[in-house]
Design a protein around this ligand. Sequence first.
Ligand SMILES: Nc1nc2c(ncn2[C@@H]2O[C@H](COP(=O)(O)OP(=O)(O)OP(=O)(O)O)[C@@H](O)[C@H]2O)c(=O)[nH]1
Ligand SMILES: [Mg+2]
Ligand SMILES: [Zn+2]
Length: 376
Amino acid sequence: MISTPSSEEHRLEALGWNAYFEDQFQKQLNELHAGGIGSDSEPPNLTPARVAFESRQQYRVLTADGERGAKLSGRMRRGETLPAVGDWVFFIPPDDGDDETVTLQGILPRRTCLSRKVAGQVTQQQVVAANLDHVFLVMGLDGDFNLRRLERFTVMAHESGAQPVVILSKADLSPNAIEARLDAQQVAPQVPVFVVSALAAEGLEALRSFLEPGCTVALIGSSGAGKSTLLNRLCGAPVMATGSVRQGDDRGRHTTTHRQLVLLPSGGLLVDNPGVREIQLWADEDALVTAFDDIEALSGDCRFRDCSHFDEPGCGVRRAIREGRLDAARLASWQGLEQEIQRLELRKNIAERRRQDRQLGRLYKSVQQAKKKRQR
Ligand SMILES: Nc1nc2c(ncn2[C@@H]2O[C@H](COP(=O)(O)OP(=O)(O)OP(=O)(O)O)[C@@H](O)[C@H]2O)c(=O)[nH]1
Ligand SMILES: [Mg+2]
Ligand SMILES: [Zn+2]
């Protein structure tokens, strides 16, 4: 079959390519050309691809012509942004051999980006997946079910720029699925909530509308929540390994160890992730406001504009709790997340100042060295 540019474009679109990435790609090509790369009349010949898998800076990428291995160019390895699963990257097409590992030359700016803070004391962003349209927050209707964790995940998803969707899984195990759905809807007021059973293949058709060709969705949730089982069901094939949960507390065994982007035969792309229970937020106030827009609306009734809804007089939020219009646990949760975000902000500022100090230090040193040289 002769491959025409338009059919190649179609195959890229099935991987999530669109006018935004086309535009960004052209800009980078023009910059490279202006920098003397390519021939006099033509910009360099580069092939776009989407990152499907990463492990220790070894990549698998999806191209219009299939999947292949990839590694980073030296410049990319030293760069500030390393490609993550879901990123659009580009490489110089090799002359020979489809199975040759290609070298990635650049990365296109992300449309959306799902992030967390790295575990521990370091103030650093960890990218979970890039260029998502939706995030499926998967929570089992067994011992996994936890509204406070759902709130945290919702803030994380809102921060990403992608739209959150709550998936309550393992409906076949719970006689209380309807109540659970209402409770979840209360803590995620603007977010669609679905109840599914991947095992009994129930409720899955409703998820297909998020997985139109070219749409990308990440699955996040605890280990054992049923993310990989759901992916396999939607895929119609056992692409990902699944593992049983522990008896007693329904916790999973971290069966999925690497995130992976999977192109569904029916269209759409799903990113399966290793299970996470305790995520630390990498988010700002805006994401909190969006996730807690009920508290935001109630705070319009507070006497003080900067009310912390703690012990100020005339607090509209606390009045709503007294009158049974808001759950006290939800306010406590908001306050906890608000403090976490403020602490993060502070730590980001300190880290930024240290970075600037180091930069100044280096500058000072090089000026001193230049002076000495001149004196000699
Ligand atoms: N009863 C029931 N069990 C399910 C359902 N979906 C998944 N499970 C079971 O839950 C266990 C965990 O499923 P996985 O799909 O491996 O969970 P995961 O979220 O991918 O877990 P990690 O990869 O560890 O993060 C397996 O034993 C599945 O068979 C469901 O709808 N109903
Ligand atoms: Mg899994
Ligand atoms: Zn208040």
